[in-house]
Design a protein around this ligand. Structure first.
Ligand code: C5P
Length: 226
């Protein structure tokens, strides 16, 4: 009897602004593994719902939307960040806004919406390996992952990082406003009944407050290589 080899998975969970996105992309590149940005899936569904004029608090409508939204990740031709195409429209820039994050967080608290996105996420597990970035990668979607990391950073530091990112994009935001939004989203994500934001019991905790990107990447790679 032959068994298909198990594709290794590294889960990187944590709150928004903990550096997950940047770190996951760099680590995936270094390992030559695929990348799943699960937050982009929730953002894409929230965006598609908004574009269709649907009521974001209507669980049935959001579930149908999650089941019916076509989400594609495309490598940017210029070697830049991956583009996210939602129902045929390149929504990469819209998906990064705080409005999209808040919409994602609202629909992500609905169990049938989460359920509708499970198969899609499992499909990313392909050789030679997968780096899965999100909130429940190590606890719910890939509980059998060989490597699990939970990234954190203080809310003040995360707000500062987000502020810098959004300012560079020319968006008008305030640091205090961002910190309030981050704290509100954290508490909603951590207190929801389904798949709350919490470290898997077997995850390695990495507090990135005051750490540089290279240092964090090295720490995460060490988890895989240990
Ligand atoms: O990671 P990102 O900020 O893009 O995620 C947006 C929102 O999507 C989060 O605030 C969270 O509510 C939700 N999310 C989730 N589970 C994941 C990834 C994201 O609930 N695995």
């Amino acid at each position: 009897m032959s068994h298909a080899p198990v594709v290794p998975v590294l889960t990187i969970d944590g709150p928004s602004g903990s550096g997950k996105g940047t770190i996951s992309a760099l680590v995936a590149e270094r390992l030559g593994w695929r990348l799943l940005d699960s937050g982009a899936l929730y953002r894409a569904v929230g965006y598609a719902a908004g574009a269709a004029g649907l009521d974001l608090s209507d669980v049935e409508a959001m579930t149908r939307c999650a089941q019916g939204t076509r989400i594609q990740f495309r490598a940017a031709g210029d070697g830049g960040a991956t583009r996210v195409v939602v129902n045929g429209h390149d929504a990469t820039d819209e998906l990064r806004t705080e409005t999209a994050g808040a919409a994602a967080s609202a629909i992500a608290s609905m169990p049938p919406v989460r359920e509708a996105l499970v198969a899609l996420q499992l499909g990313f597990r392909k050789a030679p390996g997968l780096v899965a970035d999100g909130r429940d990668m190590g606890t719910v979607i890939f509980p059998d992952a060989a490597y699990k990391v939970f990234l954190t950073a203080s809310a003040a530091e995360r707000a500062k990082r987000r502020y810098k990112q959004l300012k560079e994009k020319g968006l008008s935001v305030t640091l205090a406003g961002l910190q309030r939004e981050i704290e509100a989203r954290d508490s909603r994500d951590a207190s929801r009944a389904v798949a709350p934001l919490k470290p898997a019991e077997d995850a390695v905790l990495v507090d990135t407050t005051g750490m540089g990107i290279d240092e964090v990447v090295a720490k995460v790679l060490a988890v895989v290589r240990s």
